[in-house]
Ligand binder design. Structure first.
Ligand SMILES: NC(=O)C1=CN([C@@H]2O[C@H](COP(=O)(O)OP(=O)(O)OC[C@H]3O[C@@H](n4cnc5c(N)ncnc54)[C@H](O)[C@@H]3O)[C@@H](O)[C@H]2O)C=CC1
Ligand SMILES: CC(=O)C(=O)O
Ligand SMILES: [Mg+2]
Length: 553
């Protein structure tokens, strides 16, 4: 018979390792199973931090943290919460991208729910096997991994983005880790390297598309919302066609949120709101170029266009102030390869008639359009080069430039270059975390315009309100709440609140989101003391009393 190990020691949600007290060791049959010394959570956190810090590379740190996550969740989240600015770039963007690429090789143990399109009959069972009650899940993050960050299709290995996004929800906004589920839809992959890798762990065929794919996603949505009727259904890193189509098809039926479209749009709106407080040029006078018109780019265009409408323009006028540039150049009406989600922004073909040689690339578009805001979601490193940036700066006093592509190797420009090329005039924020930039004696702190700075609070607010849907009003409230926490007018000040303050910032966002949900009549709960309700809902990484259920597993 194999040696018995008490489940309380094996389950990362209940395990406390050396912090189990003498009384607990007695009661839970742990006597003799741990070294004698009893440590506090503070002491354990010191040791765990030392272990992570001594790892030589970010990927090794990721693995060390991931192993801790699998041993002891309270300690893992304690560490993340204590060192958010240092460790978020490890468990999340950008290092999670490197970990996803290595998943099948560095595989340790499974975390998440793995759903295979070749076995749709197992979908319901895979959730039922978790033996959770319908009220026990607040949040499900799902990916089909077709467009992971800016690194493309990573098949089943993308499960780590669902895990990473949830780690941020918990560390940054106190969503209870036991009430969150990471999910991957394995629908195959078009990544030849994976298909030819003997260690690849996913389905060994190309991506299933069309009716079979649609039916699988629909079954997923129906099943998850039936089994966990209160859960927010977060979609992450789907390909551009599917991301928008799914949100448009199901967004009114299910409590659904597409982070790449809606979360990114909202955090970029927050950064823009901050920047415009500095430039004092109203939204209705902005001219926006988005470079990279995919899921994130068009999501951002939508949010900034809506901001122009709120500022007095009608929808057509606002849309006319947006230029989308993609691989084929400026998107104009009648282009053969225009995607349906890009079409509303396509420019009249006459607009480019006078442009020399029919050239409509980014630089030419900047020269003709004189943008006030330039956003990069193109996965094209260095695309915002000196020519582009100086051409923009010729026509605008304070260029607003957001190179948002992730991970680090995909960024359109680094802030240090933007500062140098504009002599410190640029107002910038980036998708990845970057160090402050010194320019002419001023230390410019760079805000991180990554949806992770917004979605945790948005999700927390949605859960506290018990909101039936996520509305445009809730997204706007989140963006305004983020922007309201900084004053970018001070020299060198960032456009967005720092990651180190993310827990407090998320609570503020959540309060605003609950208010918006109530105003939009989608809230099923209406707490009297909103601030307290949000605080009470935030899980803290501390060892509380073990529940009867936990102790008796
Ligand atoms: N900062 C943030 O919070 C977020 C950043 N992103 C980043 O934005 C980037 C794009 O992500 P998604 O929109 O999800 O991908 P996507 O695949 O939906 O869109 C990328 C778009 O860029 C275009 N593109 C590719 N090469 C180009 C080139 N050389 N010139 C012009 N356009 C080009 C593609 O044709 C496509 O339309 C990624 O790097 C991702 O990490 C995405 C979501 C959130
Ligand atoms: C941040 C994020 O969601 C992305 O790069 O896809
Ligand atoms: Mg994403």
């Amino acid at each position: 018979m194999p040696m018995h190990t008490p489940p309380v020691l094996l389950d990362p949600l209940t395990n406390r390792g050396t912090a189990f007290t003498a009384e607990e060791r007695e009661r839970l049959d742990l006597v003799g199973r741990l070294p004698d010394a009893e440590f506090t959570l503070d002491q354990q956190a010191l040791r765990a931090y030392e272990q992570v810090r001594q790892e030589p590379t970010d990927l090794a740190k990721f693995i060390s943290l991931d192993q801790l996550h699998d041993r002891n969740e309270v300690l893992y989240y304690r560490l993340l919460s204590d060192h958010l600015a240092e460790l978020l770039p490890i468990v999340y963007d950008p290092t999670v991208g490197a970990a996803i690429k290595r998943y099948s090789h560095d595989y340790r143990r499974p975390r998440g729910v793995f759903l295979s399109i070749d076995r749709p009959q197992d979908l319901r069972r895979s959730f039922e096997a978790l033996r959770l009650h319908r009220d026990e899940i607040d949040l499900v993050v799902v990916t089909d991994a077709e467009e992971i960050l800016g690194i493309g299709d990573w098949g089943v290995q993308g499960v780590q983005i669902s895990v990473g996004k949830l780690a941020v929800y918990t560390a940054a906004a106190g969503l209870h880790p036991a009430r969150c589920l990471p999910v991957v839809l394995d629908v195959g992959t078009d990544n030849e390297n994976l298909l030819n890798d003997p260690l690849y762990m996913g389905l060994r065929h190309s991506r299933v598309r069309g009716k079979r794919y649609d039916a699988f996603v629909e079954t997923y949505l129906e099943t998850v919302s039936e089994l966990y009727p209160n859960a927010l259904l977060h979609f992450e890193d789907f390909g551009p066609g599917n991301a928008r189509r799914l949100l448009e098809t199901y967004g009114n039926r299910y409590r659904m949120f597409n982070d790449d479209m809606q979360g990114t749009g909202a955090i970029t709106l927050a950064a823009a709101l901050s920047a415009l407080k500095v430039t004092r040029v109203p939204f209705r006078e902005q001219r926006l170029i988005v470079f990279g018109a995919g899921t994130a780019g068009v999501g951002i265009a939508d949010q900034l266009r809506d901001a122009m409408v709120r500022d007095g323009l009608d929808s057509t006028e606002a849309t006319r102030r947006v230029w989308l540039v993609d691989k084929q150049g400026l998107l104009v009406e009648g282009m053969a390869d225009l995607r349906d989600y890009q079409a509303p922004y396509a420019r009249p073909a006459e607009e480019v008639h006078g442009w020399a040689d029919g050239e409509t690339g980014l630089l030419t578009t900047v020269r003709h359009v004189h943008p006030t805001i330039l956003v990069g979601t193109s996965t094209t490193p260095g695309a915002f080069d000196k020519d582009v940036v100086t051409a923009m700066a010729e026509h605008v006093e304070r260029p607003v430039i957001f190179p948002l592509s992730n991970p680090t190797e995909k960024i359109e420009a680094m802030p240090a270059d933007l500062m140098a090329w504009t002599d410190g005039k640029v107002l910038t924020a980036t998708g990845i975390p970057v160090d402050p930039v010194e320019h002419r004696g001023v230390r410019h702190v760079i805000g991180q315009a990554n949806n992770a700075l917004l979605y945790p609070g948005l999700g927390l607010g949605t859960v506290v309100a018990g909101a039936q849907r996520m509305t445009a009003g809730m997204l706007l409230a989140a963006a305004e709440a983020v922007a309201g926490q900084v004053d970018a007018r001070a020299p060198g000040a960032p456009l967005l609140p720092p990651v180190a303050n993310l827990r407090a910032s998320s609570a503020t966002v959540a309060v605003a989101v609950v208010q918006a949900a109530v105003e939009d009549k989608v809230a099923t709960r209406r707490p009297e003391d909103l601030v307290q309700a949000v605080q009470d809902a935030m899980w803290q990484p501390v060892y509380g009393q073990l529940s009867e259920k936990e102790a008796s597993q």
